[in-house]
Design a protein around this ligand. Structure first.
Ligand SMILES: Cc1cc2nc3c(=O)[nH]c(=O)nc-3n(C[C@H](O)[C@H](O)[C@H](O)COP(=O)(O)OP(=O)(O)OC[C@H]3O[C@@H](n4cnc5c(N)ncnc54)[C@H](O)[C@@H]3O)c2cc1C
Length: 394
């Protein structure tokens, strides 16, 4: 694309893709670059919450996501030590959203669906094997330096959206700090066709399990269960993905005879970090480039898509001359507090709840949650929070 009056988006994860589609559908030329040679197919997000589904509905892609995923109207918390469980029925949100459920669908399906749409549009281009390595800017625009298979090049645009993930090169190039913490233990995600529903009565497609000195999540996606669990401290990623380590952890989940058949496995470090700023002039951070958190609650990708749509709406208004450039300052003001005050706190609380070993504290919380779930008004309030609807209200 020769037109330099465009928005450049670095990183074709779910957040970059959603932002690109919103802008292109609103007549803004976009160039979406991706450092890999094709869309990554990693074992990461699988939960889409109601407000994200509404945004995808507006983009015209929600039906495909639903078709390729599973509708999950109920999710569960369980504690095997106390034989306790609570079901969270999202149908109490039917007056609050057109999508009162979670959709369980791998994030790579969303990026494929969106890139297929972008490839049909004249004002959008998607470039693979192009890695953003740094950005300069002046009052006219931004220049993104990229590495391609042919060497170094420069892309010019009016704005740059950095959706290049947690290790964002662009965030680093703008000297924006990313304070927070990294947990000492790695976490492991395993997929298996093993039928966990035969071993846990009334198992919901999303279930958080606490047990003695261990916890895990079971997440259903089409054709597979995914198990998410922490490792022992000191285990490296190489050690953790070895067959023996994977089997040892899986046998803590269900102590079967023999080995589980494992389809995929990934070990990864888990962080809680928020960028000090989401903006450096014409450069904006969105998604994991701006904030990362543990996956308990399924808020990273969802919150990232909310960032991307929030920012893109503002860019459209400014581009069309319907608003002053200063509107773009609101992006950080609106979205950064959601990351610090809501997503970070909720995901840390979810982790602490699973790790709570004090029986008195644990049982008091269980009693409280059971009481909330059995009262439709209180359950609605709880689910407005956990499904991230409340995070978009302010
Ligand atoms: C096990 C696990 C489970 C999770 N489950 C959930 C869940 O259920 N729900 C949820 O909301 N979140 C979940 N998350 C978090 C979620 O995966 C991330 O928040 C989400 O992927 C962030 O999307 P993104 O587009 O910002 O970044 P990414 O998905 O990381 O995408 C960044 C893209 O940029 C590309 N890239 C990187 N550097 C450059 C560069 N310099 N130039 C060009 N391209 C570049 C990368 O190749 C990648 O394609 C989970 C995470 C993990 C690890």
């Amino acid at each position: 694309m020769n037109n330099v009056d465009r928005v450049i988006i670095a990183g074709a994860g779910p957040v970059g893709c959603a932002s690109a589609l919103y802008l292109a559908q609103n007549d803004i030329p976009v160039t979406l670059i991706e450092s890999c040679d094709s869309l990554p197919e990693d074992l990461r997000a699988s939960t889409f919450h109601s407000p994200t589904l509404e945004m995808l509905d507006d983009l015209g892609v929600v039906d495909k996501v639903i078709e390729q995923g599973l509708v999950c109207p109920i999710w569960q918390q369980r504690d095997t030590r106390d034989d306790w469980s609570v079901n969270w029925d999202l149908s109490v949100l039917k007056e609050d959203t057109n999508h009162p459920y979670r959709i369980q669908c791998e994030q790579f399906k969303l990026t494929r669906i969106i890139v297929a749409e972008l490839e049909k549009m004249e004002n959008a281009e998607v470039l693979f094997n192009v890695k953003g390595v740094g950005a300069d800017q002046d009052e006219h625009g931004v220049t993104l330096k990229v590495n391609t298979v042919d060497g170094h090049e420069e892309l010019k645009g009016r704005y740059l959206i950095a959706s290049d993930g947690a290790s964002s090169t662009i965030r680093v190039s703008q000297d924006i700090k990313f304070p927070g913490l990294t947990f000492p233990e790695l976490w492991l995600t395993v997929s298996s066709k093993f039928e966990f529903e035969d071993h846990f009565e009334n198992l919901a497609p999303v279930a958080y399990f606490a047990m003695e000195n261990f916890w895990f999540l079971l997440l259903r996606v089409p054709g597979l269960w995914r198990v998410l669990m922490p490792s022992n401290q000191g285990q490296t990623a190489e050690m953790l993905v070895q067959e023996d380590s994977v089997q040892e952890l899986m046998h803590r989940v269900v102590p079967i005879e023999g080995n589980f058949k494992i389809v995929h496995r990934t070990a990864y470090p888990v962080h809680q970090r928020v960028a000090e700023s989401y903006r450096s002039g014409r450069v904006f951070l969105v998604g994991d480039a701006a904030h990362i958190n543990n996956p308990l609650g399924g808020m990273g990708m969802n919150g990232g898509v909310h960032d991307g749509i929030n920012l893109s709406k503002k860019i459209v208004s400014v581009w069309r001359g319907d608003a002053e450039e200063s509107l773009l300052d609101l992006y950080e003001k609106e979205r950064l507090p959601v990351a610090t005050e809501y997503v970070q706190k909720t995901t840390l609380r979810n982790k602490a709840m699973l790790e709570q070993n004090d029986p008195v504290v644990r049982k008091a919380r269980q009693k409280e949650l059971s009481a909330i779930a059995s009262n439709p008004m209180k359950a609605r309030e709880y689910l407005l929070e956990s499904s991230m609807i409340a995070s978009l209200k302010n």
